[in-house]
Design a protein. Sequence first.
Length: 54
Amino acid sequence: MILAGIILSGSFSGVMTFILFYLLEWAFQYLNKEAIKKKLPLALILWLYSWLVW
């Protein structure tokens, strides 16, 4: 997840995506390690949201 954010960080939206991925990964590690399976769909939703906001 963090790698994807770094790769996309060439633009402002990429930076936002990196921050979202970082917060998402921290949240899942803090709340529930079993939720890793749900991480990717939620990350994709946040990524699309960041592009829509941009």
